[in-house]
Every structure is written in structure tokens, then in C-alpha cells.
Design a protein around this ligand. Structure first.
Ligand SMILES: Cc1cc2nc3c(=O)[nH]c(=O)nc-3n(C[C@H](O)[C@H](O)[C@H](O)COP(=O)(O)O)c2cc1C
Length: 332
């Protein structure tokens, strides 16, 4: 296993999480920023803590029928169907672009398979590519090896097998992104960490459906989709609260973050990093505003500041974990 990631300047300040220095805690979420290039001229990518690419599959995928997104009063429902250019284009075009154009932010490549072998092939196929720090395993895809096509993270055996086998083929940081509709989320999180995940990303979208009241027809082409945006925030904060107390690996919070205060809610609940998704659709520079808003605060919880992690003042396992080291949030 060789590591070909080109040496990158370590940003001053910031915090070290899973062995990697982040200049601030705000990343763009998978599937909402393409491969970064799509945001050129819209957002200063260099100001970000990081970004997660859209999920890459082995083969290119055209995605689901339009319309793929529909808004409602508390967010949106999407069913993109993992539209992406596939492993070869990601490796040969998308990541080399990132290697040259994104220096300080930490890039994570999201990968999505339909079988355990597909996840392993994706990680093996991308491991030596330039331009990224680690992987985020999108474990909320249907698993078509088993009855019902349940998400990998809802199938304990499959979840552990994916993480264990991916762990064996890469030494890059490995995040496992879990589904929120999991009655045993803390147990699942423990299993993911036990199988070798360096961190956990919580949460992916919740299953949802929007109907046109007049006709009863679904408002997105695929019928069912994933709920994101403000409606998801209390679900995500609860997931982070529960999981960060159950595991000693860092937790990344995502779901419904529109403003700095929302990011702070996640940090107080136990997240050490946050991701911004749906907010970027309405306001493409939302993440930059969130970074500035956090930067102005002097009461951020560890590892970004000295403040309390929760209203109760208790610290979850991740904050004291050896995988996180403290230093103040870098001032821009
Ligand atoms: C249009 C759209 C596409 C998405 N695509 C992906 C994806 O490819 N992989 C993934 O893991 N999550 C994907 N997500 C989920 C987001 O990364 C995030 O977990 C979720 O939307 C909750 O965050 P938010 O409320 O800030 O959007 C997508 C979300 C949206 C809205």
C-alpha cells in the first residue's frame, strides 16, 4: 500500500482529526458540491475546512428520472440516483483537478457500492490517486445482495464486512456515513468503529415522499427520495449526541445546517466537524458564511475552542479521544 497523496502545506492553527489537520470545522457534504470544480467562481474553495465529493460508483451512472429534487416548507426531497462519472473519470480527471486547485481544505472521496466487493474495488481503485485525504463510505445505499435491498449500515454483517475489507486496502482516513433510520444507531456506530472506521458521518437523508395534492403523483421522478434540510437537523443533532457518547472516534455532523448557530448545535452535541449540504442550493456561499460566523465565536467546544460541548457541560468520548488534538480555530 503506497501513499501517493502529494505533500500539502499544513494550515496553521486548526485542529488535527484522524491524523489530519483541518483549518476549520466546515466541509461541504457529499452530493452537494460535485467534485469541487462545479463551484469555481461561486465559492472560495480554499476557505473551506474540506469537501466530500459526490458518491463515486464503479461504473458511470446517469441517475434517476427528472425531476430529481423537490422543495417543501422544511427542506427538500431528492432522488439523484447516484449520478456520477464513475471510478475511472473520478480517478483520472476529477481528483487530479482537485490536486491542483484545492490545497488547504481536506478532500474526502465518497464511494458507494451495491456489494461489499464493489466498495473494496472502489477504494483499491482510488487509493493511489492524487488530490484527496480520505474516503467517506456512503453506507446508505441499497444492498442488493440481500433481501429487501436495505442500506449497508442497516445490515450489521454487511456494514462490518465493507469497513473491515476497505480498512485492509487503504491507510487513508476512512469515514463511515450512516443512515438515520436505524433503531440501533449507537450499536451500529460501535460496530463501524470496531470494524476500523476512523470517524463516523451522521446523518444521511431520511426516506421521504412528496405528493402533488391534486393528483397524488409523486413530486420527484423516482417516487421515494431522501429528506434533507432544516427538517433533518434535530434528527442529526440527536444522532450525533447519542453516537458521540457511544464511540471514541470523531463524529462528523450533517443535516439541516444553514447558519453558524446550527453548526454550533452539532459541535455542542459532540461533532468535531460539520458538513453543509442543502443550504448550498439556496445560497451557494452558505458554507463561507458559516465559517465566518464560527470564526467570530470564542466559545466553541473542543477541539476548536474552550467552550462547553453541551448545555450540560459534559464531554462525549470523541472529545477526549486520542484521534483529536486541540488548538484554536484559525482566524481567516
Ligand atoms: C441533492 C443531494 C444529493 C446528495 N448526494 C449524496 C451522495 O452522493 N452521497 C451521500 O453520501 N450523500 C448525499 N446526499 C446527502 C448529503 O450529503 C447530506 O447527508 C444530507 O443532505 C443532509 O444534509 P443537509 O440537510 O445539509 O443537506 C445528498 C443530498 C442532496 C440534497
Amino acid at each position: 500500500m503506497t501513499r501517493l497523496d502529494p505533500p500539502r502545506p499544513a494550515p496553521a492553527g486548526g485542529a488535527e482529526i484522524f491524523g489530519v489537520r483541518f483549518q476549520n470545522p466546515v466541509l461541504l457534504a457529499a452530493g452537494t458540491c460535485g467534485f469541487g470544480r462545479e463551484l469555481t467562481g461561486v465559492l472560495d474553495l480554499e476557505a473551506l475546512g474540506g469537501l466530500v465529493t459526490k458518491s463515486v460508483t464503479l461504473e458511470p451512472r446517469a441517475g434517476n428520472p427528472a425531476p430529481r429534487v423537490a422543495e417543501f416548507d422544511a427542506g427538500m426531497v431528492n432522488s439523484i440516483g447516484l449520478a456520477n462519472p464513475g471510478l475511472a473519470v473520478a480517478r483520472d480527471e476529477k481528483l487530479p483537478w482537485l490536486a491542483h486547485h484545492v490545497v488547504r481544505p481536506r478532500v474526502f472521496v465518497s464511494v458507494a457500492g451495491h456489494t461489499v466487493d464493489e466498495y473494496v474495488a472502489l477504494v483499491e481503485g482510488l487509493h493511489e490517486a492524487p488530490g484527496f485525504t480520505g474516503f467517506e463510505l456512503n453506507l446508505s445505499c441499497p444492498n442488493d445482495q440481500r433481501l429487501g435491498g436495505r442500506a449497508f449500515s442497516l445490515d450489521r454483517e454487511a456494514l462490518e464486512a465493507v469497513i473491515r475489507r476497505c480498512r485492509a486496502v487503504t491507510d487513508r482516513p476512512l469515514l463511515a456515513k450512516l443512515a438515520p433510520n436505524d433503531p440501533d444507531l449507537a450499536d451500529t456506530a460501535r460496530a463501524a468503529a470496531g470494524a476500523g472506521a476512523d470517524g463516523l458521518t451522521l446523518i444521511n437523508t431520511l426516506p421521504g415522499r412528496l405528493l402533488a395534492p391534486a393528483t397524488g403523483r409523486p413530486r420527484i421522478g423516482a417516487g421515494q427520495g431522501g429528506v434533507s434540510g432544516p427538517a433533518l437537523r434535530p434528527v442529526g443533532v440527536q444522532a450525533v449526541h447519542a453516537v458521540s457518547r457511544a464511540v471514541d472516534v470523531p463524529v462528523v455532523g450533517v443535516g439541516g445546517i444553514l447558519r453558524a448557530e446550527h453548526a454550533l448545535e452539532y459541535l455542542r452535541a459532540g461533532a468535531v466537524l460539520v458538513q453543509v449540504g442543502t443550504a448550498s442550493f439556496a445560497a451557494p456561499r452558505a458554507a463561507a458564511g458559516i465559517i465566518r460566523g464560527l470564526d467570530r465565536r470564542r466559545d466553541l467546544p473542543p477541539p476548536w475552542g474552550p467552550g462547553p460541548r453541551t448545555a450540560e457541560g459534559s464531554s462525549p468520548g470523541a472529545a477526549g479521544s486520542h484521534t483529536v488534538s486541540s488548538s484554536p480555530l484559525e482566524t481567516a
